[in-house]
Design a protein around this ligand. Structure first.
Ligand SMILES: N[C@@H](CCC(=O)N[C@@H](CS)C(=O)NCC(=O)O)C(=O)O
Length: 289
């Protein structure tokens, strides 16, 4: 146990401890620099990065396009959060909270801004009438799981992931606390998915889109190199659902958009056209250089 720190009376923003993200963490909001956001030709302009929160939205857009909703065509611009792009004035205008994903819908007059991935999923679901049941009870169940994700994932990312993978020192108290909670959350999902094909029943919904990038990714062993530590193999129903979801073609496509890690052939850093999946992946761009 580290018991050498006594908090001062008033916390001050001083030298940081060298953990991941220290260069972008600040105790104040607002823009740090002037930067106008680019706007492409499609009605929907997404400013994002291929993290679990970003993937939720690109999967939704690819699912809508796969159903034939041409109004869901979008430009996906890359926001490099490690470089502080989220603090540019244009981005802050779309999301005052300075976090990806952020969406502008230019098909409305005036254009509509939407931030928070759960709000973006709901906005798109209502706009296109897909992936969110209209029956009040089924809708309540779907929104319950959607908001479960919004409330739970910060314990996974900001709690477990931060202290297990990113913090400069391993603090057993913090790792124990958040591991306990993440395993409890996985058990919540495992029990729900024991009796349901998808989170809210037989149909794939925005709840699955929100939960899968975080908890599906965890049981796939993609998050924090923590699969063995969390013994993810025991959550067999979550694994079955995660595999089935990954087999959806729009999910595979959505995962590639704004992705900057992994195989170059799986990275479509910016997407402006459906054809970009064939011609603009990172392997092809690098070969053309
Ligand atoms: N609750 C937000 C969380 C968004 C979020 O945490 N985004 C992270 C990347 S996954 C981010 O932009 N971080 C940049 C920063 O904190 O400065 C949502 O679901 O949209």
């Amino acid at each position: 146990m580290n018991d050498t720190y006594t908090p001062p009376k008033v916390w001050k923003w001083e030298a940081q401890d060298g953990g991941a993200f220290t260069s972008i963490n600040r105790p104040v909001a607002g823009a740090t620099h002037e930067k106008v956001l680019p706007v492409g030709e499609h009605p929907l302009q997404l400013y994002s990065l291929g993290t679990p929160n970003g993937v939720k939205v690109t999967v939704m857009l690819e699912e809508l396009l796969a159903l034939g909703h041409s109004g869901a065509e979008y430009d996906a611009w890359l926001i490099k959060i490690g470089d502080g792009d989220q603090f540019g004035s244009g981005f802050v205008g779309v999301n005052p909270n300075s976090k990806i994903p952020a969406l502008m819908d230019h098909s409305t007059n005036p254009p509509t801004r939407v931030f928070e991935s759960g709000a973006i999923l709901m906005y798109l679901a209502e706009k296109f009438g897909e992936f969110l049941p209209t029956d009040p009870s089924a809708r309540a169940e779907c929104l319950s799981w959607l908001f479960w994700q919004m409330g739970s994932a910060p314990y996974l990312g900001g709690g477990f992931g931060h202290f297990y993978a990113y913090a400069p020192t391993k603090i057993q108290y913090a790792i124990d606390r958040f591991t306990m909670e993440v395993k409890r959350q996985l058990d919540v999902l495992d029990r729900q998915l024991a009796d349901n094909r998808y989170l809210c029943g037989d149909d794939y919904t925005i709840a699955d889109m929100a939960v899968w990038p975080w908890y599906g990714g965890l049981v796939m062993g993609w998050q924090y190199d923590s699969g063995e530590f969390l013994d993810v193999e025991i959550y067999t129903n979550v694994k079955r659902w995660a595999d089935e979801t990954l087999n959806r073609e729009p999910v595979r496509r959505g995962r590639m958009v704004n992705r900057v890690r992994g195989e170059p052939s799986g990275q479509l850093r910016e997407r402006h056209d459906a054809g970009d999946f064939e011609t603009k992946t990172q392997d092809k761009l690098e070969a053309a250089d």
